[in-house]
Structures are given as structure tokens and as C-alpha cells.
Design a protein around this ligand. Structure first.
Ligand SMILES: NC(=O)c1ccc[n+]([C@@H]2O[C@H](COP(=O)([O-])OP(=O)(O)OC[C@H]3O[C@@H](n4cnc5c(N)ncnc54)[C@H](OP(=O)(O)O)[C@@H]3O)[C@@H](O)[C@H]2O)c1
Length: 209
């Protein structure tokens, strides 16, 4: 997603537990970005979060709690968009965590200081770094506040997708489960990019929260 956001003109910083890894990931991304694009940067997680307006959490579910603990202070007052889906490796089977969903657990861990929105769980990373590839899928966006969901909907649009307001965080067990559904479909049909479309929304009302 960072690649597409950089292409759309957003300032993107990659975070990592190890700053050098983030810098290397940023270097590789910059090599593929068109000339003239604002370069992607990299830093350790707390630094990346501290500099950000919006933070995207993209780690395996098992790493979520520790990752959030490490950036808790830097996250205060910010919007956290989580793409985390609790999946069993290696087959990508969904399982429901004790707190009902990864996003609900993140919100419970961070408290009111951070607004959590869940999005992009059903989008495969496979073609995101190919800007010519149209992602044939909508993005489900769950969060308590419309203004916060609006940010994720706008970021989906910046990455070439339609974001859909899909309710509060209480719906996140469903959208996180969709990640496993998409993986199962990909495996069964030997594809890499199964997508999901919501029908019935008038074109001029797609962002009506
Ligand atoms: N891949 C997809 O197509 C896709 C689609 C929808 C949703 N998701 C969800 O998005 C999340 C990330 O998926 P991914 O495929 O990008 O995962 P990943 O490549 O395994 O991990 C992403 C990053 O998380 C950090 N990380 C990994 N293990 C960690 C650990 N034990 N403790 C702390 N940090 C750790 C690593 O960064 P550093 O080592 O640099 O810190 C790693 O580069 C998952 O929850 C997944 O279910 C993925």
C-alpha cells in the first residue's frame, strides 16, 4: 500500500523493529517508484510513528500486542489503521482471538488515546506494488467514527480502490475473517488476487458513511 500511496503523492515512512531494515525496504521501494515521486523513508517503529499523521499497522497477529506496546507513547492522539488479520500459518485459516478481533484487541490495549480503524484485510498484497495492475476489489472499512473511516476510504482511493464504510469495530471479526476466506478462494482456484465487490451502492454515495 505504501508504494501506491507514495505514487499518489503521500509522504510515506516505513517502520521496522530494526531501522536498517526499514531503510533498506524504503531504498528498494524508491528504486521502483517513478522519477519525481517524493521518496519513501524508513526508520525504527517509534520514530516512524512519531512522524506520522496516520499509522498503518501491518504485522502478523502474534506480533500485534508487542508491536503496539513498543509504539504506545508515539501513537497517542493518532489514527491507527490496522490491516491485521488473525490467521494460522501456513494455511491462512482464520481463528477468533480472545478479544473477538485483532482490531478490538488493539483498541482495548491502546484505550481512548488512539482511534483504531480496520481496513484492507481482504486485499491481497500480491499486486499492490504493480501500479498498472487494477485491484479488482472493494476495501471494507470498520471504525467507530465516520471521520476516521473517511481517512481510510480516502487512502483506499489513493491506492486505486473503493473504500466502503462497513460499520463499527464490532464488525471486525467479520472483515478479519474475510482475509482467510480470500486465501481459501485463491488456493482453490489457483489464483492470487480474489477480490470482493459490494453491489447496490450508487456511485455518488460510495463514501456516504
Ligand atoms: N500479505 C497479504 O496479502 C495480507 C492481506 C491482508 C491482510 N494481511 C495482514 O497484514 C498483516 C501483515 O501481513 P504480512 O504478510 O505483511 O506479514 P509479514 O510479512 O510476516 O510481517 C510484516 C512485518 O511485521 C514485522 N514482524 C514480523 N514478525 C514479527 C514479530 N514476531 N514481532 C514483531 N514484528 C514482526 C516484520 O517487520 P520488521 O521485522 O521489519 O519489524 C515484518 O516485515 C498480517 O496480520 C496479515 O494477516 C496481509
Amino acid at each position: 500500500m505504501g508504494f501506491r500511496w507514495a505514487m499518489a503523492g503521500h509522504s510515506v515512512m516505513i517502520g521496522s523493529r530494526v531501522a536498517e531494515r526499514a531503510l533498506e525496504a524504503a531504498r528498494q521501494m524508491n528504486e521502483r517508484l517513478p522519477a519525481g515521486t517524493r521518496p519513501v523513508s524508513g526508520a525504527d517503529n517509534p520514530t516512524a510513528v512519531g512522524d506520522a499523521e496516520v499509522v498503518v499497522l501491518s504485522v502478523p497477529y502474534e506480533a500485534q500486542a508487542a508491536t503496539l506496546e513498543g509504539i504506545r507513547e508515539a501513537l497517542a492522539g493518532k489514527l491507527l489503521i490496522t490491516v491485521v488479520a488473525p490467521l494460522k500459518t501456513p494455511k491462512g485459516r482464520y481463528w477468533r482471538p480472545a478479544g473477538d478481533s485483532a482490531a478490538l484487541e488493539a483498541q482495548a490495549q491502546l484505550g481512548e488515546a488512539v482511534r483504531v480503524v480496520a481496513a484492507f484485510q481482504s486485499i491481497s498484497a500480491e499486486h499492490l506494488q504493480d501500479p498498472t495492475h487494477e485491484i479488482d476489489s472493494d476495501v471494507m472499512v470498520c471504525g467507530e467514527k465516520k471521520d476516521d473511516r473517511d481517512v481510510a476510504v480516502a487512502l483506499a482511493a489513493a491506492a486505486g480502490m473503493r473504500g466502503i464504510h462497513a460499520g463499527g469495530l464490532g464488525n471486525t471479526p467479520v472483515v478479519e475473517g474475510l482475509a482467510a476466506v480470500m486465501i481459501a478462494i485463491n488456493v482453490r482456484y489457483k489464483i492470487k488476487n480474489a477480490g470482493l465487490r459490494i453491489t447496490g451502492i450508487p456511485a455518488d454515495a460510495a463514501d456516504a458513511g
